[in-house]
Design a protein. Sequence first.
Length: 733
Amino acid sequence: MLTRLGNCFATSGASRAAFLASSSIGCSKWSLTGRTPCGTSYSRHTPPAPVASIAWRPRRPPRPSCRAMRRPRPIRSRSGRSSARMVRWQIGSTITSSASPSFRRVVVATNTITLQEQLFSKDIPFMRSWLPFDFKASLLKGRANYVSLRRWNRYLNAPSRRADGSWFDDEVKFKLRMLVFLAQTQHGDRSEIKLNGFDDLFWLRAASTPDDCLAAHCENFKTQRCFYWNSRRAAQDADVIVTNHALLLADALKGGSVLPPHEHLVVDEAHQLEEAAVEALTMRVGEGELLESVDGALTWFRAAVGTPSEAVRRAAADCRQAVVELFREIRTVLGERQPEIPVRPSREEPVVIDAANRVVPDIIGLSKLAAILDERATALRRALDDAGGQLPMESNPHAERELDLFITQMQSRVDLVVHALLQPRPERLYWLGTERRSGRPLVQAAPTAAGRELQERAFAGKETVVFTSATLAVADSFAYFKRGVGLAALSTHEMVLASPFDYLSQALLCLPTDLRELTDPGFLEQVTTVVGDIADAIDGRTLVLFTSHLQLQDVAERLRVRTARSHLTVLAQNLDGTRRQLLSQFQENPHSILLGSSSFWEGIDVPGDALSCVVIVRLPFRVPSDPLQRARSASLGDPFGQLALPEAVLRLKQGFGRLIRRQSDRGAVVLMDHRIANRTYGAAFLEALPRAEVHVGHADELAPAIAQWLTRGQNVRLPSRESGLRDFPHVEA
């Protein structure tokens, strides 16, 4: 999408790609031409059309033409790239070439660090190989990816002991590995050291953070030994910066102080941008963080000055007590049935702190405890300020700055609790919930309209903004995406591009006709039987995607019993290793069944024979109890059609897209949700999927049909797509 923020483009399509660009062109510096599938040519002299458009012919490389390029060359499709990936680089390259010779900086932002590193190490060199001029490129990650030497030295000298006084062996080993790592690294990047188990938690103790950074006052900054600031310096000199959504959003939230000034922006994996914005704008605080702030300030004061004064010790103890009492009451509200609250709170269902709930006695009680915490935090801050005269300024000239950092961090965390329970801000949603893994209670806040903040903070003022993804469009419409990122009211140019894959010959879509209801006690047993039969028939090579981790665990247990005496291996997310470990094992051992939820629906790339079947257990609708989902739904005339359905459709397209990653790949996708057939909205899901071969039949027929189709390919006689879809009258064949 192109807007006169400047120009905004976007691309989409796992089976098709989409390209969005604004028709309000005001940037006459562009000197490029292109041709749409309809044959219309565009150039800088043809207002008000988009400055550039790129056509895609299936299985042929796209050919953007740039007048600024002295020796135009076709972009060649790299094995396994989706059309969206190629369009991204066509557009990005066009921006690059159009800006020459007076180069203006381009920022490319991906959602994942893995893809960020891939673009920097593979695609940037590829672009250099065909551009007629050279350029400087820089890889820039978020703070937490770089070690802070000042924080590391403090952490290194802290005892690695458990509460009982015994040595924490894992932490000691981590510190030893870090000493070796720091003796060798030039960038201090966590991707250069392999982290396992508790290492992620240990890393955070030494990683750079904005709350504990002295910036120009730090000796490591002055001597250019700070890894984070060194990466920032390199970015200042770069023409192209490859970063991620999180850092792009951090830059937007901090008024452009994180990234160098830039005129052009390419957002890859753009379907994730709204979610990333919500995550960046969401604030959370738990009992542990508040106690850490209080205890951290006291511990630092004790180390820097010696024994704190009686006033400081008393104020810290009072503040600590207020934190403990507040969160004890929050656990009660979350853990017990409260009939006064409209929706029963539980670990699965958060309590929204809105106008209706603020008059409920339990919420009033929490508000009183929050006020006490605010008073005691203020008293502790004053006590620490009064004790500032004792700071050893001669031996540590930054002591006052370091103490201010602790106080500021503590106050910001207390402020979140105060805003949630006492002084809510407009256009913010506040709720009490629990952390999914630990179950610990949290106070949380997020904007109800992240898209508006995206448009105002991240896109406004840019000359060109490009959005690319394999899944931006629903039924060839970008309305859902545009609304989510705040561009609904802007004039945009939109294009849907075809896929390089021949799905009719590469993919088989299986639709069982005798599926049990999702609430039927026998449904998960049926899923287990279908998955087990398929895995037996094709010797593993199966990925099963869930929307519920509890269902994943249930099926994993059943499959382990079934495969106990076979050569098949069951790999389950969060049960048998990390995401990266499971993917590595799955690719190394083809006789595997991989069970995943959430993060496995996208961003995983298993080409070739290692993956031959994807089983999707349920349509990926978001949990309706999600507070933000409720808030968004309340502002829409048709919340299901405008929000829940398109979101789930795009998610299903991502899940389907795990199957075909190369033009030589072949495989099957099985949809186990009966709603595909007996709900009218099932058509929206099926019509959004690539036009694959279809097999419709009983669940017990799937395994042999898939095995035969994979083994003999085109020689297998299956019903035509048209006859196969007769049981789905609401879908066009």
